[in-house]
Design a protein around this ligand. Structure first.
Ligand SMILES: Nc1ncnc2c1ncn2[C@@H]1O[C@H](COP(=O)(O)OP(=O)(O)OP(=O)(O)O)[C@@H](O)[C@H]1O
Length: 307
């Protein structure tokens, strides 16, 4: 099998007669056995990319291949070798757990028994509910069943579109542990998520916004590429604090981040923090905390999207 599992070269997709640019000349490669994340907010173009790569949607332009097979010319070969877990509606809600699995197995001319080894770690967790309708399962259980269905024919490449959206924190954690195990079996995985904390669990990630890739690298390198110092500031009134900070000439970026405001300076200096405290005191703004912090992937995402 080729060393590159997924190849995407200048893919463009528009809707509404070209008015909506959903995917804007996107290029990236996923290596064999890699866990690659597409990280971006709703509407960034993630689902369109998944649908193009799984041969369910035609791109306007560009080339893409999966396991060396062209997404247009070789669509049949691709459908045989990929597993796809779409964001919504991948299960038949009126069929039981067992029936869903048997259905997906039959489509691919296989059986639950034949590929039991690959899914057993995941399946044993839902097996006690095998007679229950999929529609009556919890979010985490549905997600596990959908993953089993996507794996039932032993795919070499797995596409998971926002698999953890709407799933509780414990199930999310378990899910990522399952992905690590699948990776060990040399399955290449493209996963999308709007959750920045999940990005750190991937081997490499592409940050995507409005159809464009902002950056591709390992999560560590993405964080390292954040230039300069970053401060987190908390005050009694975030609104008042933001207003005050925006009056400061040397401030580079400032944005709300949870209960803090994250802030950079146009020029870093040893006096940044002292000057900032002085300014806030002079303007009578109540500050409870100022600290220098390490940037996260989300900080780098915000920085790149504001460039
Ligand atoms: N069939 C369609 N017709 C018109 N516009 C569409 C269609 N499908 C998607 N879009 C638009 O294309 C853009 C990208 O959508 P896409 O679903 O690919 O992004 P996404 O990152 O997966 O977001 P979401 O998680 O909301 O699905 C959005 O602006 C969306 O509204």
């Amino acid at each position: 099998m080729p060393e590159i599992a997924i190849h995407c070269d200048q893919i463009k997709k528009t809707y509404d007669k070209g008015e909506v640019i959903a995917v804007d000349n996107v290029s990236f490669d996923v290596k064999r056995g890699e866990l690659f994340g597409l990280i971006g907010p709703d509407g960034a173009g993630k689902t369109s990319i998944f649908r193009i790569l799984t041969t369910l949607l035609l791109a306007d332009s560009g080339d893409a291949s999966v396991d060396g097979f062209d997404v247009v010319k070789d669509y049949k070969a691709i459908r045989q070798r990929v597993g796809y877990m779409p964001g919504k509606f991948s299960l038949y809600q009126d069929l039981s757990v067992e029936e869903n699995l048997n259905f997906f197995a039959t489509i691919f001319n296989t059986s639950l028994k034949e590929n039991y080894d690959l899914i057993k770690d995941i399946y044993v967790q839902i097996e006690p509910f095998k007679k229950r309708r999929a529609g009556a399962l919890s979010g985490g259980m549905k997600q596990k069943l959908a993953l089993c269905c996507a794996l039932i024919h032993k795919p070499s490449v797995l596409f998971l579109d926002e698999p953890t959206t709407g799933v509780d924190a414990v199930s999310r954690k378990e899910f990522w542990e399952m992905l690590k195990k699948l990776k060990e079996q040399n399955i290449s995985i493209l996963v999308s998520t709007p959750y920045m904390d999940e990005a750190t669990l991937c081997d490499r990630i592409a940050l995507i916004q409005e159809g464009k890739i902002l950056s591709i690298d390992t999560p560590e390198n993405i964080v390292k590429s954040y230039p300069g110092k970053l401060f987190a500031i908390k005050g009694k009134s975030t609104y008042q604090l933001m207003q005050g900070l925006r009056q400061l000439e040397d401030v580079g970026l400032s944005y709300a981040f949870g209960e803090y405001i994250h802030l950079t300076f146009k020029k870093d200096s040893a006096d940044n923090e002292t000057d900032l405290r002085k300014h806030l005191q002079e303007t009578n703004i109540d500050v409870t905390e100022i600290k220098e912090i390490k940037p996260t992937i989300e900080d780098e995402f915000i920085r790149l999207s504001l460039l």
